[in-house]
Write a protein that binds this ligand. Structure first.
Ligand code: PLP
Length: 421
């Protein structure tokens, strides 16, 4: 290790912990391992041919522009398309309200840079998206955690947390990562009401909203905020910054996402993004626009929904077939994950090692808790991804995992017999 550099690292770097998930997932690279660990889309649904055609069109027709530096705000036709599409869900946005980012992960980093001074409080769900916790942590965020249940954030526990004056709330209303739960409509209204009452803005992260496999689409927080506020004072949307991404609907490798916010907030974010990377790759933005246009994205999302719905169902059926009755899990109506809860006293980190011995992987739940005191609670949980593996692998993976579970779960009978339920 180079001591010349180590003594010069900025203080904020000392707050950055390695990602346990990424370290654990390295162990799952062996080809025989069935991994429910990463949040990866199914590679077999990537629209490769459409990308091939789009690349050719972009290079043939707009090569000089595509390979040139571009505007920090993003490629204008893409911003307009995103603003138009959001309109279908009731989000009132013009292209000036849209900033293209290099993945939502960059959006989270820019928001951390924009809003978080060292020591500022940020309210998060427990559990929450690890990448956001990491991004805000770099800027010295102190987290206030509010628990979730099957209907999402427990809004009845929100008021005490809001009295601690967090700078903002970071909320995942749809098919939450990692828990797979969705914030009910009633709680969405309560959340907006309380946000308004205490004057605390919301960052709404919605990578999975379009991937719904059952039930009705629920209004985004940004829309409810607008409706509430405009009925108050007729002002444009102000209290919610909304994020989404092409990572789960087109492909994560193109690293394209967007922030929707009031135009003055976008202007500030543009300055920060300029300092970070000047702009997101012009070529990628132009290709994504070419791929998505003329209704292709809508059609493609329908295909993804079909594929993932089937995989979710296979995982749910396999869990019911193989897992012991002491263990429970969420029933996600969309997204990529479900959340398994084991009885108190079980340590899913130990279980992870046993699962790897059976050639199957998941992510132990403690990684997703901001508050170290709650990490113990997290150890009782596992996040399982159902989008990546094919149905037969899902069934086999759950069978293998059940062997490790029966050995480690308190009260469960270790047995190689199938426990039906
Ligand atoms: C809740 C949430 N936010 C943000 C991201 C990051 O997405 P992107 O690939 O756009 O950086 C993910 C990725 O899994 C996610 O689950």
């Amino acid at each position: 290790m180079s001591t010349a550099w180590k003594s010069r690292y900025a203080l904020r770097t000392l707050r950055v912990k390695g990602s346990t998930i990424r370290e654990l997932l390295k162990l799952t690279q062996r080809p025989q391992v069935i991994s429910f660990g990463g949040g990866l889309p199914a590679p077999d649904v990537f629209p490769v041919q459409r990308f091939e055609e789009a690349c050719r069109t972009v290079l043939e027709q707009h090569g000089a522009q595509a390979l040139q530096y571009g505007a920090t705000e993003g490629y204008e036709p893409l911003r307009e398309m995103i603003a138009r599409n959001l309109g279908r869900y009731g989000v009132v946005a013009q292209s000036e309200n849209v900033l293209i980012t290099t993945g939502s992960q960059q959006a989270l980093d820019l928001i951390g840079k924009l809003l978080v001074n060292s020591g500022d409080r940020v309210l998060v769900e427990a559990p929450s998206y690890l990448g956001a916790l990491q991004a805000f942590n770099v800027y010295g965020a102190q987290f206030i955690s509010v628990p979730l249940d099957d209907d999402g954030l427990c809004t009845d526990q929100l008021e005490n947390a809001l009295r601690l004056k967090p700078k903002f709330m970071y909320i995942l209303p749809n098919f939450q990562n990692p828990a797979g739960v969705t914030l009910s409509e009633e709680r969405r209204h309560q959340l907006i009401f309380l946000a308004d009452k205490y004057g605390i803005p919301i960052v709404e992260d919605d990578p999975y909203g379009q991937l719904r496999y059952e039930g009705e689409h629920l209004p985004p927080l940004v829309v409810l905020d607008y409706k509430t506020l405009s009925s108050h004072n007729g002002l444009p949307p102000a209290n919610v910054i909304y994020l989404s991404t092409f990572s789960k609907t087109l492909a994560p490798g193109i690293r394209l996402a967007w922030i929707v916010a009031p135009s003055d907030v976008i202007s500030r974010l543009v300055l920060l993004k300029q300092a970070a990377d000047l702009h997101t790759a012009t070529f990628n933005q132009m290709v994504a626009y070419e791929v998505a246009k003329d209704g292709f994205l809508d059609q493609h999302v329908k295909l993804i929904r079909q594929v993932y719905r089937q995989r979710r169902d296979v995982m749910l059926q396999s869990l019911a077939e193989f897992f012991p009755p002491e263990v429970t899990w969420t029933h996600p109506k969309g997204g990529l994950f479900l959340w398994v809860s084991t009885p108190e006293g079980t340590d899913c980190r130990t279980l992870f090692r046993a699962a790897l011995a059976e050639d199957v992987a998941f992510v132990p739940g403690d990684c997703f808790y901001a508050d170290d005191n709650k990490a113990d609670e997290g150890c009782r949980h596992m996040r399982l991804n159902f989008s990546y593996c094919e149905p037969e692998q899902i069934r086999e993976g759950i069978r293998r995992l059940s062997l490790a579970v029966k050995m480690h779960v308190r009260g469960a009978q270790p047995s190689l017999e199938v426990v039906g339920r």
